[in-house]
Ligand binder design. Structure first.
Ligand SMILES: *[C@@H]1O[C@H](CO)[C@@H](O)[C@H](O)[C@H]1NC(C)=O
Ligand SMILES: *[C@@H]1O[C@H](CO)[C@@H](O)[C@H](O)[C@H]1NC(C)=O
Ligand SMILES: *[C@@H]1O[C@H](CO)[C@@H](O)[C@H](O)[C@H]1NC(C)=O
Length: 484
């Protein structure tokens, strides 16, 4: 079966799971042979998903840990990053490359297995930086190791509970026992929401980015808090940065758009990114341009993401770099995959992303201070994190996933022993940070579940300890506004 068909099948059958491919940094490090088509001049990237074309150009590159890439022949040096566990991106000789890793999917009855070929990519795109020359490519690792081919159930289905416990979680009815225990034992408060009571299971799954499979008797991957001590330079930076910051109120001025509702579509990544970027438009124009940006255009038009089945804020940045983002009125939200039809041919303005990256430069390079600095200096950012059952009931305070709650779901700790990867299921925008009177540090996050939830649609989450893997893949975009 051909790969493109496989990918389409996977998008239709795997709910909210991004692509089921799962490759790690240590699989990707090494020497790679690139097979590239010729560059052609055009405004937008080629449809490499359909056809990589004639691959006439061959090059060999070496990806080194953590983020250096070099070309042995011409001694050029550049940088690379994993894109979560989905693929990798690198820039060398002014050429920007991105490809997903290759995978196949086997289903026998109820059981699904994924084979991730981490020693090869599927189709990929490359282009000259800031120039309209585009091509396609794929790559094969030289000296592929046995363990570069990973056979496992979809990672998303490993974030799971034992069967009996699963039913408790996925009743889509409020778990009053859990809500009560949070309110008795935790520093944050929970509420049994009427809106949760009314939701369908598929909507609950869509908004939390999890496809929990009853048949998979796996364990929930427990995220571990990671505490980093400030270096000398960090201590200076911490002193220089404001103790608190909130883009909803900077000297009385609000730079953040309204809280929205992603509905039954796994589009959190699009909301997380467009919400952060629309704030940056407001910041750059002093609130002269205040439209909200269209998540639907990203959902329907981006080949770098999986429509209503997940994606990544950093890849929304890539979409905005290769194409552009438009105001909401050009493509109103539908909460469905759709097929890329803009309503306005000539929007009042477009937003062009001029640079997008994980904060710190590559996947895994985030830390509390570089995230704080980015927020203060440039505006809201996007984060990914793991949604645990208790998160749905968040009402007020500084959220933390407490191990005490685990007993209600019989969650077992399963460490994957991998430094360069942490499971996450949801994405939101970070609009600021602060500290309670007791000195508990937190991020201020804007969710996309409507304003009935949490603190008017917002929540606070513990800062500085990688709570729920929230300080692992923060990303941001720098932008230019093109007014028509
Ligand atoms: C992906 O892997 C499958 C199975 O090995 C193979 O048939 C296919 O050609 C590969 N695709 C690419 C783009 O290398
Ligand atoms: C993969 O195998 C190589 C040896 O062939 C070993 O050095 C490496 O640590 C292994 N990686 C993983 C993730 O197990
Ligand atoms: C904004 O912040 C200032 C100072 O922190 C506060 O006095 C004011 O009430 C806030 N405004 C709003 C609209 O929350």
């Amino acid at each position: 079966m051909n790969l493109v068909v496989l990918l389409l099948v996977s998008i239709l059958t795997v709910a909210n799971a991004d692509l089921p491919v799962h490759c790690l940094h240590e699989n990707i490090v090494g020497e790679w042979k690139l097979f590239k088509s010729r560059l052609v001049e055009r405004d937008y990237p080629l449809d490499c998903k359909k056809d990589v074309g004639n691959t006439e150009i061959e090059e060999t590159i070496v990806l080194k840990s953590p983020n250096i890439v070099y070309n042995k022949n011409n001694r050029r040096i550049g940088f690379w990053t994993m894109i979560y566990d989905q693929g990798f991106e690198f820039t060398i000789k002014e050429q920007l490359h991105f490809a997903f890793n290759n995978f196949t999917q086997q289903r026998t009855g109820e059981n699904e297995m994924i084979t991730s070929y981490c020693g090869q990519t599927s189709f990929g795109w490359y282009r000259i930086l800031d120039d309209n020359k585009h091509g396609c490519y794929y790559a094969h690792k030289i000296n592929v190791k046995k363990n570069d081919t990973i056979v496992s159930p979809p990672v998303n289905s490993m974030l799971y509970l034992e069967k009996g416990e699963y039913e408790k979680l996925n009743t889509h009815k409020n778990n009053h026992k859990l809500v009560r225990s949070i309110n008795e034992e935790e520093d944050w408060s929970a509420e049994a929401y009427d809106n949760l009571e009314k939701m369908t299971i598929s909507k609950i799954k869509a908004i939390s980015g999890q496809s929990i499979d009853t048949k998979t008797q796996q364990q929930l991957l427990e995220s571990e808090n990671r505490v980093m001590e400030d270096s000398a330079a960090d201590r200076i930076l911490r002193k220089q940065l404001p103790k608190q910051w909130d883009w909803r109120n900077v000297s009385g001025i609000n730079y953040v758009g309204p809280v929205r509702d992603q509905e039954s579509c796994g589009s959190c990544y699009a909301f997380a990114a467009t919400s952060a970027i629309e704030s940056r438009v407001r910041i750059l124009t002093n609130n002269r341009l205040k439209s909200i940006l269209s998540p639907q255009q990203v959902v329907s038009c981006s080949d770098y993401n999986q429509k209503c089945s997940g994606g990544f804020p950093i890849m929304v940045g890539k979409h905005g770099y290769d194409f552009y983002l438009v105001p909401e009125e050009c493509y109103e939200y539908q909460g469905q995959p759709g097929d890329c039809k803009l309503a306005c041919k000539n929007p009042k303005y477009k937003v062009k992303v001029t640079q997008y990256s994980y904060i710190g430069g590559y996947y895994g390079a985030n830390n509390e201070l570089n995230m704080m600095r980015e927020v203060v200096e440039r505006g809201p950012i996007s984060i990914n994190y793991m949604v645990y059952p208790s998160f749905h009931y968040y009402k007020h305070g500084v959220y933390r996933h407490n191990h005490k709650q685990s007993r209600f779901f019989n969650i077992k700790t399963a460490h994957n022993g991998v430094k360069h990867w942490e499971a996450t299921t949801h994405a939101v925008a970070v609009v600021g940070y602060g500290e309670t009177d007791e000195g508990v540090r937190y991020w201020i996050c804007k969710n996309s579940w409507g304003d009935w939830w949490g603190e008017g649609g917002y929540f606070k989450i513990l800062r500085g300890v990688d709570e729920c893997a929230s300080e692992m893949q923060a990303s941001s975009a720098q932008i230019e506004i093109i007014e028509m």
